[in-house]
Design a protein. Sequence first.
Lengths: 501, 501
Amino acid sequence: MKLKAIRMGIDTHQEFVVYIRADAAVVRAEGFTSSVRVMISDERQEAIATLNVVDADKLEDGCVGMSNALWDVFDPEHDVAISHAPVVSSMSQVRAKIYNRHLSAPELSDIIRDIARGYYSDVQISAFLSACAGSRLSLDEITSLTSAMVNVGHRLTWPGISHIYDKHCIGGLPGNRTTPLVVAIASACGLVVPKTSSRAITSPAGTADTMEVMTPVDLGIDDMRRVVESTGACLAWGGAMGLSPVDDLLIRVERILDLDSKGQMVASVLSKKIAAGSTHILIDVPVGATAKVRNLDTAHGLMASFEHVGNALGVHVQCVITDGSQPVGNGIGPSLEARDVLAVLRGDAGAPEDLRQKSLELAAHMLTMGLGLAYDDAWEKARQVLDSGQALQQFERICRAQGGFTEPVPAPFTRVLAAHQDGHVNAIDSRRIARLAKLAGAPKVPVAGLDLHVKLGDRVSKDDALLTIHAQTEGELDYALLYYLHNRDMIFLEDKPCPAS
Amino acid sequence: MKLKAIRMGIDTHQEFVVYIRADAAVVRAEGFTSSVRVMISDERQEAIATLNVVDADKLEDGCVGMSNALWDVFDPEHDVAISHAPVVSSMSQVRAKIYNRHLSAPELSDIIRDIARGYYSDVQISAFLSACAGSRLSLDEITSLTSAMVNVGHRLTWPGISHIYDKHCIGGLPGNRTTPLVVAIASACGLVVPKTSSRAITSPAGTADTMEVMTPVDLGIDDMRRVVESTGACLAWGGAMGLSPVDDLLIRVERILDLDSKGQMVASVLSKKIAAGSTHILIDVPVGATAKVRNLDTAHGLMASFEHVGNALGVHVQCVITDGSQPVGNGIGPSLEARDVLAVLRGDAGAPEDLRQKSLELAAHMLTMGLGLAYDDAWEKARQVLDSGQALQQFERICRAQGGFTEPVPAPFTRVLAAHQDGHVNAIDSRRIARLAKLAGAPKVPVAGLDLHVKLGDRVSKDDALLTIHAQTEGELDYALLYYLHNRDMIFLEDKPCPAS
C-alpha cells in the first residue's frame, strides 16, 4: 500500500508528523490512532513520525501529508509506505535511567544515536531529559553523553594545528557581547580561534546575530576553513555545520520544560566545541540573581563538571566566574551590540567600559592558556593589542575574509524613557530587560532593542534618561513601551543606595 | 486582535493544538514559533494549546485552526484571542520532583488540577510521569496523588448504602473475563456492585467491550443508578462518567513511554474506584512471565501499596495473587469472551473450567469481605449460586435493566490452526496471543478474535487444533494468519514436558 506524499504546510518544528485520512486502508488495517508512532519509508530512506488522523476532506485519497521537517527529508518523487514504528530499543535504557540506574557509554550512545535519527518523539525526549536532570548524571555519564553527542554529528579537524581556542558563555546576560572582542584580541596575538556561534534562541541577540549586522556569517565549512587559514580566526554561524546536532533537539524540549540540568549543559557546550575541533576552551560563567547561574555554589559545581569532562575527553577547559548582576555594555539587540563592539575596538570615548574590561579579562585568560603568560602579563598584552588598534585591524581582516564589513545603522524610531523619581539604581532585572528588547523586535529586526543608560549603583535624578527603546516601526515601539510602563521596576530605583552596591 | 476559529479536521488526541498562519499579525507581534504554548480565549473560556505555524495558503486570513479536541471545547460563534500562555506554576513542582524532592498533598493537587484543565502538554506530562516512575513516589505521595485525581473528576455517591463493592484486574491476561461472573455471583448474594469498566486500550477486549456484545453499556449516571437500585449491580462502561479524568491523560502518555510505575498504577486504579463510590475493592494480580506483573516480589510490593493507600483513603482493599502464566478461558475477543462467560453461567458442558474456577475464587474473596464468611464457606456459597442458576438469573436481570440481552453470534470466517508437530505445550505467550486477536479485528470487530484449544501442560499430536482465528472478513483472517505463521512459537511445543508444568 503505497501513498503519495504531500506537503501539509504545517511547521511542527523538528518533530516529524504525518497526516493520514481516517478512512485510509492502512489506518483500518493497522488499527492506527492519533499520536501512535509510525514508520514512513520509501526505497531510499525511512523515518519515524507521530500520526495525526485527519478528516477525509482535508487530504486527497491515496495521499499522506507530511509536516515541513518531514517533507524536507523525503523525496516527493517516491511514494511511501506507512507501518507501525518498530520498538525503539534504546527507550529501555531511558526507562532504566528513570529507575535510577547508571548508564554505560554504549547505552548513552544508543540513546543519542536514536534521537539523532529522529526515532524519539518529543514526549520520549522529555522522559530522557527528566531522567537526567538535576544531578542525576554522574561525571562518567556526562562524559559518555558528551562523547556520544560529538560522534553523531560532523566533526571539524584542523590538520597541522595543535591548539584550537574557543570560548563560551553560560548565557543569561543581555548585551554581554565579548566574543568578537576576545576573538579579535586573541587571534591578533597568534592564537587560532575558529569561532562558531549560535543565533539567539530565547535572548534578544546571539553572537551570530550581532556579527551578521557587520559581515556574512552563514559560511560553509570550506569557506570557514579558508577564513581561518588566512586570518587565524572566524566569527561564523555554526547552525548549519551539523556540529552535535542532537543538542538542538534536546535544547528545544528542555526549554519547554524549563529544566535546569548541569549534565545536559556541560554536554551541550562541550559537545559543540569538541565537534568544532577545539582543544582549549574558555568558559565564562556569569553569576547573578537574574542570570542563568544564580549563586557561587552552583557555579563551582558547574566548573568542576566542565573541567572533569573536558579532561576526560582530552581538551583543556578553563572556567572564569564573572559578574552577572546586570547587563554588560549599553546596547541590547544585534545592531546596538555591534555598535558597542566597534566602539570598544575603535577606542571611542563613549565605548562601554564594562564591556571593554570584561573582554580584556577573558582575552587575558585565553592568552594565559595559549602563550603561557602570567595573568597580569597576559592582561597587559591584551590591552596593548586593543589600544594599539591591532585588534580592530584583525577584526576588519576577519570581516573582509568572511565577505566584507558593513557599518551598523541606527533604528528609525527611538524613544527615551526617563526616571520618574530621584533615586539609586539598586537592581536591574536582566530577564525583563531582555524581554523588553525582544518586544521591540530584536533579534529578528537587527536595529531593534534598547540602550541602557544606567548601571547598578548609579544615582539618577527625576527625568534623567534610563534607557532608549529602538524599533523599526512605531507599532513595535508602542508595544515595547506598554510593557515597560507595566514593568518600570526592571530598573529598580530606591531613595537610599543598596548596601551591596 | 480577534481571530475566527476554524475546525482543522486534525485529530491530535487529547492534546490541544492551534494552527496559525505564519504571516498572522499575532505571530509577528508575539514572536510565536511552532511548538510554543499559547493561551486561546473568548469571553467564556480559555485553554492552553501547542502552536503549529502553517503556510498562508492553508488557512484563511484572520482565522485560527483548531485540532478536533480543542474545537470541541470552544463555541465557534465567538472569535478568540491568542496570547503567550502564562507560566504553568505547578511545573515548578514537577521540576522539584525531577530533582528528587518529596511533594506535599497541595503540590500534587496543583499539578493534577493543571493537568485536568489542559494546561500541560504531552511533553510536560511525560516529565511528570518520568519523575514519578519506578518507586520514586512514597506511599504518602501515592495517597495524595490518588486523592487529587479523585477530586478533579465527578464522584458518585450511593446514599443509604454503606458498602459498595468493586473489583479490578491488573491487566495483561487475554480472555481473563471474570468480572461479569464475579459481579453476577456477588450481587446475587446481596452485595451492591455498581461496576464500571473500561473499553480495551491495548488489549483485544475490555469488560465493557465484552458486555456490549450482550447488552447496552453506555449508561448515563442516572440510568446506571436506576439499574443498581433495581438489581444491586450493573456492568456499565465508565468512560463517559468523568471519574478520575486525569487518569486517561496520564495513561496515554505512559503508554507511549511504556513506563511501569507502581505509584501511577495504584493511583490510577484506586482513583477510579473511589470516584465511583466504592468502599470495598478486590484486586486481582495475575503473575506470570508474559503478564503485566512478572514476579511475586513485584506483586507483593504492589499489594502493600494498594492496601496502604486504600487504608489511608478510608476504603478496604484486598489483593489476590492469581496465576498469570497463560490466558484464561478459551475465547479472546469481545464476542468469544461473552460466549465463555455465558457458558460458565449456564453450566454448559464445554464451559472453560479455568474461567469458572478463577471466578469462583474471586467471588469467594468478595463474599468474605461482604458477608464475613470464612473463605471456604464463601467459596461454597459462590459455587451454589453459580451452579443453581441464580447467578445466571441475576446476570440476565442486570442485562434486562440495562436495556435487554442479546446472544453473541459467531464470526463469518474462521480458520483452525493445527500443531505442526507432536509435543508438550510448555509456554503460551499472552502478549503475542493478544496481538494475534487484535490483528484478526478485535476489539473493534466484536466477533473477531481467537479460540485457544490448548492449555499449558497439554500434550498434542501433529495436526491437533491449537487455536481458531475468527474474523469478519477474509482479508482480516489472512492478515492474522500471516502473523501467526511468523510466530508459531507463541504456543511453544517441545518434545519433553517442561519440568514446571
